[in-house]
Design a protein around this ligand. Structure first.
Ligand SMILES: Cc1cc2nc3c(=O)[nH]c(=O)nc-3n(C[C@H](O)[C@H](O)[C@H](O)COP(=O)(O)OP(=O)(O)OC[C@H]3O[C@@H](n4cnc5c(N)ncnc54)[C@H](O)[C@@H]3O)c2cc1C
Length: 461
């Protein structure tokens, strides 16, 4: 009898492109991180929450593996369990790579997993609570200005508004180097700081391996000069930045929170057996090398996809490690090719279809450049809605999509009603104010009066 086993170290599937929305409060955890057990409830797939520790493939004697040979190898789990498999699919993703700069591993928080997002959210909430009502700005440094860094910085800047400053630090002078120019331009528009009143400072520095340091220090002791306890201490971090280009000055930045979005490393090399050489072919980054049917080279019983695999396009370039390439498009091909391999049918070569690029720039703000309409870029609330619909379609299982769709529709209806209410409320007060001023017949003070009452009246109405 056929048996499908899914092993994951986490009990939840995580839809990473929407991790930012956990910080803005736009989505709930269950929506983008449903439990595997719930997703698989109506299937015959068995789920094991466990960590793969070692891989022992036994199909590495070339492509002439006998069809009768049942066992393709063994997977050793942290719990001590060993699973003998006929066919293996590797989709282990990639972890954040922090050991690039001294101190980063100890003091910076990556933004790659659900646990990272929870940690950042908790840290922000604590900082917001500690600084509430005080004339102190929360300072956040986001290291890296690729897609992740820019989306994270925009989300945080919007959340903190005038209570904080977000500094985005990049080694190159160009942000999102792989993004289409329209997305890059949209991300650089000053609307973040103007419309959302946030303080955003993008600096371009080179972080030299030896020269950059990140240290922690307590600036507030938690005890005043009389020995009485004061507000709890806020830990500060120091970032030493080296200039990226000649003529720039090195700098020291102090931050309450340092977030790391630079670099990833696949966990595959850690699965090497201690008593035998690792037979899975890996590239320099630690990704499994596959042929175009997504089979690991030299291993007819193993398929690999996603961030932990390396597939080259026709020009020899490794395809980008993104959800739109790996998680979605390769998954369909892997499923088909696995069935074909089991049933002795021809396998299909993977063909990547570029669907375009999407980027969140905060609540109700996103930019998307679909590849199928040349030159089209959707921005602002329209881009935001289009991005959400595109991601809703990509969430797993019909049942989960339906639940999330209803939840998002309900939330946007509530948002719409409350924004209508607040607009009407403001209009009423505005009219009242004008009436009052007319009665007083003090036309010269009108502008000042209205300005004081409604500083953002023109922007918001
Ligand atoms: C913040 C963020 C935003 C992103 N935004 C976008 C975007 O907008 N568009 C886009 O296309 N891509 C985006 N990406 C990239 C995209 O999420 C990844 O390319 C995609 O998730 C890769 O899928 P995967 O299945 O290879 O790996 P993952 O989704 O990382 O899944 C790997 C799974 O393997 C499990 N695992 C790892 N090691 C072990 C082990 N030893 N034992 C057991 N289980 C293990 C993990 O728990 C995890 O569940 C984003 C990534 C991040 C971090």
């Amino acid at each position: 009898m056929e048996q499908i086993i899914l092993v994951d170290q986490s009990e939840r599937f995580v839809f990473k492109p929407m991790l930012y929305e956990l910080l803005s409060g736009e989505v709930d955890e269950w929506e983008i991180a449903p439990r595997f057990l719930d997703l698989l409830a109506n299937t015959s797939v068995q789920f094991f929450k466990d960590r793969v520790k070692v891989l022992h493939p036994s199909d590495n004697w070339g492509m002439n593996v006998s069809k009768e040979s049942r066992c393709g190898g063994t997977v050793h789990l942290e719990s001590g369990l060993q699973i003998q498999y006929d066919w293996l699919v590797l989709a282990l993703g990639a972890e954040a790579k922090l050991d690039v700069v001294p101190g980063a591993t100890e003091f910076a928080i990556p933004f790659s997993t659900l646990e990272d997002a929870r940690k950042v959210k908790d840290k922000l909430t604590t900082l917001e609570r500690k600084t509430f009502g005080k004339d102190v700005q929360i300072s956040v440094a986001v290291v890296g200005c690729g897609y992740s860094g820019v989306e994270l910085a925009a989300t945080l800047a919007e959340r903190l508004q005038n209570r904080g400053i977000v500094r985005a630090i990049n080694v190159e002078t160009m942000i999102c180097p792989n993004a289409p120019p329209a997305n890059r331009e949209a991300a650089l528009k000053p609307r973040w700081f103007l419309k959302k009143h946030c303080s955003m400072d993008v600096r371009f520095f080179h972080q030299g391996k030896k020269l950059s340091e990140l240290e922690s220090s307590d600036t507030l002791t938690g005890v005043d000069e009389n020995g009485t306890e004061v507000a709890p201490a806020i830990e500060k971090y120091i970032l030493e930045l080296q200039p990226a280009e000649r003529g720039m000055q090195s700098a020291i930045i102090e931050a309450d929170l340092v977030l790391w979005t630079v670099g990833t490393k696949p966990p595959l090399p850690q699965l090497e057996p201690s008593d035998a050489p690792f037979v899975i072919p890996l590239n320099a980054r630690g990704q499994a090398e596959t042929d175009e049917t997504l089979r690991v080279k030299g291993h007819p019983r193993i398929f690999a996809l996603g961030d932990s695999s390396a597939l080259r396009d026709s020009s020899g370039k490794i395809l980008p490690a993104t959800a739109q390439v790996v998680a979605f498009q390769q998954a369909d091909f892997t499923g088909w090719n696995l069935w074909a391999a089991i049933n002795g049918r021809p396998l299909l070569p993977f063909r990547f279809q570029n669907l375009g690029e999407m980027m969140t720039l905060g609540r109700n703000d996103a930019v998307i450049s679909p590849s199928f309409v040349d030159g089209l870029t959707l921005e602002g609330p329209v881009g935001h809605t289009a991005r959400k619909i595109a991601y809703l379609i990509r969430l797993p299982t019909d049942e989960h999509r339906l639940k999330v769709g209803i939840s998002w529709l309900t939330k946007s209806s509530i948002d719409l009603v409350s924004s209508l209410q607040s607009t009407l409320y403001k209009k009423e007060w505005h009219n009242l104010a004008i009436l009052y001023i007319q009665q007083l017949n003090t036309r010269s003070s009108t502008a000042i009066f209205i300005d004081n009452l409604f500083p953002n009246i023109n922007e918001e109405m």
